[in-house]
Write a protein that binds this ligand. Structure first.
Ligand SMILES: [Mg+2]
Length: 215
């Protein structure tokens, strides 16, 4: 069976939660006001994240992009991309962040990424305006919806946060760290813990080498 790997970006491919760092740095007042409402569930990600970002002047966006270029990636990521290519497993990056920010960091690896799904920033007005073609339910980017579109393939999910829970539910195999691992454990659902991409490659290698190559 064909395998597709779906990975979150912030706190998963990157070492840190870069998106929340940027929101705090570039929209400190709105973050202070809105982040507690997001955490308490009084506001959804679909409305809360744009509410924060849309207080940022469009002219500051290039600085945000520059800040992203130097953010640290999680150990083993470049090797992981090589590994996926070797086994012909496409990588789909699903991010609740902005495409321009994710690509600022991942552009050196662009050819090794099958698809990138995230929200985008429209800079035509005085302040950022957030657009998303894949919003659904409470989410700015409905990760599970994108996964469903792949039909009958073996789906592997990699994530770190509660925003990856719907993605994990849609997957046949889940690699989780941080809050996602905690929630999966609490709900008694199976997952494999990871801290570096080397652990994921090692585990997948043991599965994929047992199967005939190709589909
Ligand atoms: Mg994340």
């Amino acid at each position: 069976m064909k395998t597709v790997l779906f990975s979150d970006f912030d706190g998963t491919i990157t070492e840190q939660e870069t998106f929340s760092l940027l929101m705090k740095e570039f929209a400190p007042e709105a973050s202070r006001r809105i982040v507690p409402l997001l955490l308490s569930g009084e506001m959804t990600l679909r409305t809360g994240v744009p509410a924060i970002l849309e207080t940022i002047p469009s002219g500051r966006f290039p600085e945000m992009v520059e800040r992203m270029r130097t953010m640290a990636l999680r150990r083993g990521f470049p090797e992981f991309l090589e590994f996926l290519q070797q086994f012909s497993v496409p990588l789909v990056v699903l991010s609740g962040s902005l495409e321009e920010l994710v690509m600022a960091r991942l552009s050196p690896y662009r050819t090794k990424i099958s698809r990138m799904v995230a929200a985008r920033a429209d800079l035509s007005g005085p302040f950022l305006r957030i657009v998303s073609d894949s919003a659904g339910g409470d989410e700015l980017v409905y990760k599970a919806g994108v996964m469903k579109g792949y039909g009958k393939v073996r789906k592997i999910a990699v994530g770190d946060s509660v925003t990856d829970l719907t993605m994990a539910r849609e997957a046949d195999l889940v690699f989780a760290r941080s809050l996602l691992a905690k929630r999966m454990a609490e709900e008694g659902r199976p997952f494999l813990p990871f801290e570096s991409f080397f652990e994921i490659s090692n585990y997948l290698e043991s599965i994929l080498t047992k199967e005939p190559s190709g589909e």
